[in-house]
Design a protein around this ligand. Structure first.
Ligand SMILES: [Fe+2]
Ligand SMILES: [Fe+2]
Length: 317
């Protein structure tokens, strides 16, 4: 056992966590399981939303950020796991770890396909890896308060990021414009399978944050960091893809186009993103108030990739 872990306050758990548990229980609780999906990318075109490279690439940024980001979630959570004093939360965190590891792998598998089509993501990925491994990694902090502070800070950062993965998951499950525009069904299934699991496990990260700390100043501070980082990384990623797309001459990503695509239902609107901010910062916030578990579970029951994973699992037993 490391000194960091030994110095975590014991037992963990706070009145905030207890109240949150009640809220979570009031909504439907589902045992989380990782679905071992795989996708075949051969038939997916470079612009998988026909004639819309901007929306295609803006959504493609997920494939750049999520593998490193979700592996980092798993890395941080494994450090906190031995100190969770609530069996149900521990089971949720283990289910969450399994799901996020699978998400990272599924998005990773899109990258060779992009490279085959002339879009090599390596230069951008190097920056993302640096961010998660060096800037947000374990650091060589002395054992004790500084190390505990940094662990709690990262748990809170993950809770803030998960507010947005749930937001995006809810959005993509309802983004009928993507279907109307003829978006590639395999990519849509990847996004909706992932989005549905994000909605399904949306309370776990916030409840873990409340369990280990739950401080309001920390919630606000880490939200500001996570939100700024997401906006910064996302616009850089979209610019990177647009500028390096071999089929575009002078490809550019602009805020004007982002707002326009939001109005057309092809991306989340700026208004919906703005409204999500006070909800997270509200002291009464609980993720169960966001999105619909029933809708997520219904999608997972019909997702081609999730169904194939289930059939494989049944065949293996
Ligand atoms: Fe995920
Ligand atoms: Fe997640």
């Amino acid at each position: 056992m490391s000194n960091t872990q030994a110095r975590l306050p014991q037992p963990l758990g706070s009145p905030l966590f207890e109240r949150s548990r009640e809220l979570g229980e009031a909504s439907e609780h589902i045992a989380l399981k990782a679905r071992k999906v795989s996708f075949a990318w051969e038939g997916t075109p470079l612009h998988w939303i026909p004639d819309d490279p901007f929306t295609t690439h803006t959504i493609n940024v997920l494939h750049l950020l999520l593998p490193a980001g979700e592996r980092w979630f798993v890395h941080v959570y494994k450090q906190v796991l031995p100190y969770i004093r609530d069996e149900k939360l521990r089971a949720d965190v283990i289910g969450f770890i399994g799901q996020e590891a699978m998400h990272a792998q599924a998005h990773d598998e899109v990258l060779p396909h992009l490279k085959e089509q002339g879009l090599d993501p390596a230069p951008y990925l190097a920056q993302v890896d640096w961010l998660f491994e060096k800037l947000l990694g374990d650091r060589t902090l002395p054992p004790g308060r500084a190390r505990t502070w940094w662990l709690y800070e990262r748990v809170a950062l993950i809770a803030a990021i998960e507010h947005y993965t749930a937001f995006l998951g809810d959005w993509v499950l309802n983004a009928e414009s993507l279907d109307r525009k003829g978006a590639d069904p395999t990519m849509l299934d990847l996004l909706r399978w992932h989005g549905a699991e994000e909605v399904e496990h949306r309370s776990v990260a916030f409840e873990l944050f409340l369990h280990v700390d739950g401080g309001y100043a920390r919630r606000v501070r880490t939200w500001a960091t996570a939100f700024s980082a997401l906006v910064f990384l996302w616009q850089r990623g979209a610019r990177f893809f647009m500028e390096n797309d071999p089929t575009l001459v002078d490809g550019r990503a602009t805020w004007r186009e982002f707002f326009a695509k939001g109005q057309q239902g092809m991306l989340p609107t700026a208004g919906a993103m703005a409204r999500s901010i006070p909800r997270y910062l509200d002291r009464r916030y609980h993720p169960s108030q966001e999105g619909s578990t029933a809708q997520a579970v219904a999608y997972l029951a019909s997702s081609p990739a999730a169904l194939a994973a289930e059939a494989r699992e049944k065949g293996a037993h």
